[in-house]
Design a protein around this ligand. Structure first.
Ligand code: ADP
Length: 520
């Protein structure tokens, strides 16, 4: 059976062999087992149902929330000589009737539908009369309230499957692997534990980096300029930030586009097309961009702000390097950004229990920014691969800079913050340390503190960066709010008492990441 499947993989798609996991999933489905396949973004989920669709007698229904992707998929299948179509809200009534009659007459092997179709009785009744051999559920985490894109219509899938005769095989596919979501998918679709296939979450061609305590705008423009001609995505947390970064990059002569939900659909589609066809190199976007972007040559994904959790991060970062070529995933980590995400969680209509759960996930995301050990290993551990090895190529694994003892400087900053009663933010603290004569400083009498001007050999910006570093390493805790005030942590107390030393890598990282040829 698999030999035949491999033959089809070669003749229709031109791939030599299956990727790990694809063969297992396909085999189970061909043995009529309902199967859950968990694969990272870019891992090759589509093939898992496209090949069985060719080998099974009836039609394969593919349920996908990615309306914008359906046309691309159908076009690609057309090229591969596989008859398919899609039914969603973008097609006219006439077109719909024509396609439905094509479905009746066995014209197609695969039919893509949006989950909302399942809400119309008319559509459900039509499906009753067709021989459906496989129901493939893409982005299956949408069925779970614990997932990041819950779609209530996904809950109707079970109803569809139950009314079809003969009973079709069910295949659920997702890149989300948290135990809660997995459990939900299995329970709601009645898939047994033993028919869950988890393929390795490792994406060997991705190099992860966390950049912290740096001027993010400068890093961004330097990096993009250095990698001119390469396609990349820059994710920011808010529309305002996207607008600002877009302006900034454009002013630097960088061919960028922007994408967020505040733009009209026409405009968004136009920009998306431009990006897909390499007319613009860099897309600055909120997380509204990407679900359904199948651009294989994205060479870098930079997160300007931290996303809400590791699932979102890995999914978004995973849009780099789908073609298997070496690509960079860079997080510009500023601990105060967690406030944006905390705010969004706080404002959401989730109940308290779920909010707590989300805060926990956010803390894990923050941990990714703080960790000094292998970044890929951190990700794989998060997704349950406990035996994951160090990657040897991420920013932390390759960081061979000298560790410099900066305990004295840290004590200066920390004692200054204590003297300012832990009531101010980074900018004012840096001003006091560098001896600025800002009116606010004089009016608070901070010019009389013993720490006033104690770091005047450094620039205000350098000092602010050092404060960012201390925050990233957990010596300072930012309060909630847009302009967080910085408070000392327990660790800071140990530093002040001389019980803990602070080490910082020599400060050459920014030029290293940008200039290091190893990256491209
Ligand atoms: P996912 O849906 O898991 O994000 P896709 O199905 O879009 O991933 O596949 C990602 C990329 O991998 C596509 O460019 C696809 O053509 C390619 N691909 C899939 N299976 C194989 C394979 N067996 N060998 C080589 N490339 C593959």
């Amino acid at each position: 059976m698999l030999t035949k499947a491999r033959g089809l993989l070669q003749s229709h798609f031109g791939f030599d062999d299956f990727r790990p996991g694809q063969d297992m999933i396909i085999q189970k489905v061909l043995q009529s087992e309902d199967t859950l396949g968990i694969m990272p973004t870019g891992g090759g989920k589509s093939v898992c149902y496209q090949i069985p669709a060719l080998l099974m007698r009836g039609i394969t229904i593919v349920i996908s929330p990615l309306i914008s992707l359906m046309k691309d998929q159908v076009d690609a299948l057309d090229k591969a000589g596989i008859p398919s179509t899609y039914i969603n809200s973008t097609i006219s009534g006439d077109e719909m009737r024509e396609r439905m009659s094509g479905i009746y007459n066995g014209k197609y092997k695969l039919v893509y539908i949006a989950p909302e179709r399942l809400e119309t009785d008319y559509f459900m009744q039509i499906l009753d009369d067709i021989h459906i051999s496989l129901v493939a559920i893409d982005e299956a985490h949408c069925i779970s309230q614990w997932g990041h894109d819950f779609r209530p219509s996904y809950l109707l899938i079970r109803k569809l499957v139950n009314r079809l005769r003969p009973k079709p095989v069910v295949m659920a596919l997702t890149a989300t692997a948290t135990p809660q979501v997995r459990e939900d998918i299995r329970r709601l679709l009645d898939i047994s534990d033993e028919h869950t296939v988890v393929t390795g979450f490792e994406r060997e061609n991705l190099r992860f980096h966390v950049v912290k305590g740096q001027d993010r705008d400068r890093f961004l423009s330097d990096y993009i300029r250095k990698n001119a001609g390469q396609a990349g995505i820059v994710y920011a947390a808010t529309r305002i930030e996207v607008d600002r970064l877009y302006q900034f990059l454009s002013s630097q002569g960088i061919a960028a586009g922007k994408y967020h939900a505040g733009m009209s659909e026409i405009e968004r589609n136009r920009i998306q097309e431009k990006f897909l066809y390499d007319d613009i190199e860099v897309m600055v976007a909120t997380n509204a961009f990407g679900m359904g972007i199948n651009k294989s040559n994205v060479r870098f994904v930079i997160h300007y702000n931290i996303p809400r959790n590791m699932e979102s991060y890995y999914q978004e970062a995973g849009r780099a390097g789908r073609d298997g070529e070496e690509s960079d995933c860079i997080l510009l980590f500023a601990p105060q950004d967690s406030h944006i995400q905390s705010f969004l969680i706080e404002q959401s209509d989730m109940d308290e229990y779920r909010k707590e759960n989300e805060f926990g996930k956010l803390r894990k995301m923050m941990g990714y920014g703080h960790t000094e050990s292998c970044l890929q290993q951190y990700i794989l551990h998060y997704f349950g691969e406990e035996n994951a090895d160090v990657c040897g190529k991420c920013g932390n694994c390759t960081d061979d800079r000298e560790q410099v003892d900066v305990t004295v400087e840290a004590q200066m900053v920390l004692s200054c913050i204590r003297r300012m009663n832990e009531k101010f933010g980074k900018t004012l603290i840096a001003k006091v340390l560098t001896g600025s004569s800002d009116k606010k400083i004089i009016s608070f009498g901070f010019d009389r503190l013993s720490t006033y001007g104690i770091m005047k050999d450094k620039s205000q910006k350098e000092t602010a960066e050092f404060i960012d570093f201390l925050t990233a390493e957990g010596y300072l805790r930012p309060s909630d709010g847009t302009y967080p005030i910085l408070m000392l942590t327990e660790l800071a107390g140990d530093v002040l008492r001389g019980k803990e030393k602070v080490f910082r890598r020599e400060k050459v990282k920014i030029t290293q990441i940008v200039e290091d040829n190893m990256l491209f």
